[in-house]
Design a protein around this ligand. Structure first.
Ligand code: AMP
Length: 228
């Protein structure tokens, strides 16, 4: 099953994508993580990407598309994937559709995480990321058991440079300007499912996503077998 998680920064996409990826045994592909890995590794792509990431701007389509294409073509993606943070522009969405079409496939579901601006700012300002394994925490909502240390690998937890308040506001502006239009795009193709991610518990949201995947896949298999 091919799934996209769409929504503003801080909507909880990464946290949910990690859980759903384990549950469904399909890779979690985060464009942000792939770009940050390139930045860390100091590759040519990473050097270019860093400039945009630090300003809270979108990395140019071609750079992100190349990274995502390379990842999706790996053999572990044959049974599906959870795409988190990609696509973020109409051009990226169209490339993704085309790429999947060429593979004889298409997206099954796009989950749109809707969340208020206040929640986003609150979530991002408390977010901590493990420098070693990339696991996500939150100072209040998802604390690690030892202060500043990752429960999973013992790595050091840091605040992301682009989670500073002024960069967060810029990322939200960019989201409204360049990404929000995708809600309409996927609504029209009939695969959009909205997830209210404001006040619900993390495990309740996971259940909602998981149930929606199950019912959508059941419906698809019935339609595939000619049952209406
Ligand atoms: P994220 O971890 O998804 O919040 O992404 C962090 C940053 O990486 C974003 O603010 C962008 O600068 C860049 N980025 C991630 N995904 C994309 C994308 N699909 N298109 C353009 N830039 C991206």
């Amino acid at each position: 099953m091919m799934i996209v998680f769409l929504g503003p920064p801080g909507a909880g996409k990464g946290t949910q994508a990690e859980t759903i990826s384990k549950e469904k045994k399909i890779p979690h592909i985060s464009s942000g993580n792939l770009l940050r890995e390139a930045v860390e590794a100091g590759t040519e792509t990473g050097v270019k990407a860093r400039y945009y990431i630090e300003k809270g701007l979108l990395v140019p389509d071609q750079i992100v598309v190349d990274i995502i294409k390379e990842r999706i073509l790996k053999s572990d993606c044959r049974a599906g994937f959870v795409l988190d943070g990609f696509p973020r522009t109409l051009a990226q969405a169209k490339v993704l559709d085309e790429m999947l079409k060429n593979l004889g496939n298409r997206l099954d579901i796009v989950f749109y995480f809707s969340v208020s601006k206040e929640s986003v700012v609150q979530r991002l300002s408390g977010r901590l990321i493990c420098g070693a394994c990339g696991a996500n925490y939150h100072k209040i909502y998802v604390p690690s058991s030892k202060n500043g240390i990752c429960d999973k690998c013992g790595g050091k937890l840091n605040q992301r440079a682009d989670d500073k308040p002024e960069t967060v506001l810029e990322r939200l502006r960019v989201y409204h300007e360049q990404t929000e239009g995708l809600i309409d795009y996927y609504q029209k193709s009939g695969i959009l499912k909205e997830i209210l991610s404001d006040n619900s518990r993390i495990d309740m949201i996971t259940k909602k996503i998981s149930d929606t995947i199950k019912s959508t896949m059941q419906e698809k298999s019935l339609i595939g077998r000619g049952v209406n």
